[in-house]
Design a binder for this molecule. Structure first.
Ligand code: GRG
Length: 299
């Protein structure tokens, strides 16, 4: 069997996502130009585009149509970028470098960075609604996607997880609390990316449930690898400082369990993600390859 070429796949999808994001983002003009410029600056600074690519790959696995998923895929990236902008703020992680360039608040000031994050979050839902109109999508499907996205990004997902992360800083933390932070802060949006692709692609109930399982396991593995990269990663390749978790005394997997055990745990989650795809044919090959990439990634 010919090996699936993940590198070309990621390159092509990243290009498609970047073009769509470029088209969706308003041009910086008018009285609010600095806001629009800051939004565009942070989104177009790069990034792996993992969440939109997961949505596209999940849709492919259930025979979906790329143009119908693309607005939702871009909405996921806008929400992810908003979370990075806010996470980098002085009130949170106070980081100066992100995606290889100065963070949004360093480049545009704190007030505009807060507003750029707010703008991206809201605009994500605007392009979802607009995409549904443009593609004449069935409103039931769109409503379900909005529900999944709002839950994953909001108080029961990313914002909830970030809150626990913030309040537990410099405190003793147990594995249960750490699992909560990982599952909500990072895992929820990654799982939602896969689910949203599958919903938009018209997957069956069984397919949706298998893909949700895949996304949940992948999200947890992703966060453990992120913790490991903060210790073992290369600052230049990652485009952000390493060692910041230790400096900020953050609760991480390696801090709690050590490097070897953390790697084993990440591999366990990847194996779980892969076995969730057992009932899928070779259209799920991109999802399988992405799972293997997540554990081997260096950025
Ligand atoms: C501020 C509500 C709010 C949430 C912030 C995402 C997040 C929650 C914090 C970011 C801190 C962090 C480094 C989390 C670890 C996992 C993660 C989300 C890494 C960054 O995602 P990548 O690696 O980044 O996909 P790129 O730049 O490639 O898109």
């Amino acid at each position: 069997m010919i090996q699936f070429d993940l590198k070309s796949y990621l390159k092509e999808k990243r290009h498609n996502v970047d073009s769509a994001l470029d088209a969706f983002l308003p041009q910086p003009e008018g009285f609010s130009a600095p806001l629009l410029e800051a939004m565009r600056y942070s989104v177009m600074a790069g990034g792996k585009r993992l969440r939109p690519i997961l949505a596209l790959a999940a849709s492919e696995a259930v025979d979906g149509v790329q143009s119908e998923v693309m607005p939702a895929a871009c909405a996921l990236e806008l929400i992810h970028t908003y979370s990075l902008i806010h996470d980098d703020l002085p009130a949170m992680d106070d980081d100066d470098l992100r995606r290889g360039v100065p963070t949004c608040h360093v480049a545009f000031g704190e007030a505009i960075a807060i507003l750029a994050g707010d703008g991206l979050l809201t605009y994500a839902f605007e392009i979802l609604a607009r995409g549904a109109d443009a593609n004449n999508l069935n409103s039931q499907k769109t409503l379900k996607v909005i529900h999944v996205l709002a839950k994953a990004a909001g108080i029961t997902g990313m914002v909830g997880g970030q809150t626990v992360d913030v309040i537990m800083e410099n405190k003793e933390i147990n594995s249960e609390q750490l699992a909560y932070i990982h599952k909500h802060k990072t895992g929820a949006l990654i799982q939602a990316s896969v689910e949203i692709g599958a919903i938009m692609g018209g997957g069956s109930r069984e397919q949706l449930s298998a893909l949700a399982e895949y996304g949940a396991a992948l999200g947890l593995a992703f966060q453990i690898v992120d913790d490991l990269l903060d210790i073992e990663g290369d600052e230049e390749i990652m485009g952000k400082p390493v060692g910041s978790d230790i400096k900020k005394n953050k609760a991480t997997y390696p801090a709690l369990f050590g490097i070897t055990k953390s790697r084993e745990k990440a591999q366990e989650y990847i194996d779980k993600a892969l076995s969730s795809l057992d009932s899928f044919d070779n259209k799920a090959e991109p999802l399988r390859a992405i799972a293997n990439y997540v554990i081997q990634r260096n950025r």
